[in-house]
Design a protein. Sequence first.
Length: 299
Amino acid sequence: MENNTSLQQQLLEAGVHFGHLKKKWNPKMLPYIFAEKKGIHIIDLNKTVEGLQEAAAAMKSIAKSGKKIMFVATKKQAKEIVMEAAKKVNMPFVTERWLGGMLTNFNTVRKSVKKMQSIEKMLNDGSAESLTKKERLTLTRDKEKMEKVLGGIAQLGRAPAALFLVDIGHEHIALSEAKRLGVTTFGMVDTNSDPNKVDFAIPANDDATKSVAIITNYIAAAIAEGLAERQASKDDDTDGDVDNDAERRAARLQAEAEAEASRGGGRGRGNTTGGPAGPQKRRVPGGASRRPSGPGGPR
C-alpha cells in the first residue's frame, strides 16, 4: 500500500493526471476520468497505477521469456526519453518515423537493414577507398538516413512479441499493424483516445515530458527485472548441468573400477600362489570316473 501511495505521489508530481480539454475527450475514457477542472479532464491516478502495474507485470513476463518488446514514440517530446529507456534494456525502438509495413512487411524492412549494415561495413573496413569521393559521400549520406529510421531495429531478427506505444492516436499506423498480426500492445492513453484499441491501457498524460519519462522508466525497470530473472535462471540451469555431469562421471568411473576388480578376481580364482594353474582332472564322457574293468574291482 505504501508503494502504491508513493507511486501515486510521483505520478501526481509528474503531472500524469492532466488530460485534454473536455471538448476533445473520448467518451470511452469515462471510467478513467476522476473529475473536470477548468474545462480540463483529470485522470484517476488509482486507475493509472492499476494499469501501469498490470502492464509492467505482463512486460516483465515477456522479457523473462526472451521475447522482444518494441518501443514506439515519434513525438518530439518523447523520442529521446523512449530511445534511452529502450537502449538500457536492449530492446528495439522506433523514434523517428514509422515506416509503413515495418511489421506487416518485415522481410522487406530487414533487407533495408542489411543494406545499411553492408554500407557501414564498406565504410569501416576500407572497401570504399576504391570509390570516388562523391560516391563515398553518397554512401555516407544514405547510411545516415537509413540509420536514423532503422537504427533502433538493426538487431531485430524477427517481428517483436509486443509494442509499447506513447500516444496510441499518434502511432495509429503501428497500432493497426500490430493488431493485424496479433502482436500484444501496451500504450499510454490520454483522455482523447480509445483505451479499447490496446491490450493494456495505461491512462496517462502522453504530452508532458515528465509524465512520459516516469511511465517509460517504470516499464523499462520491469523489463530489466524480467531479463535479470531470465539470466539467473540460465545460470542455475548451467550449475545444475555441471553438477549432473560430475555425478554421472563419478558413477561411470566407479562402475568401471568395479568391473575391473571383478575381472581381476576371475583370473586369480583357483591359483592362490599366482603361478600357472595345476592340471585339471580328466572327465570321462557320461559323467562317471574311469575305473579298471574286471571282477576283482580296484587293484
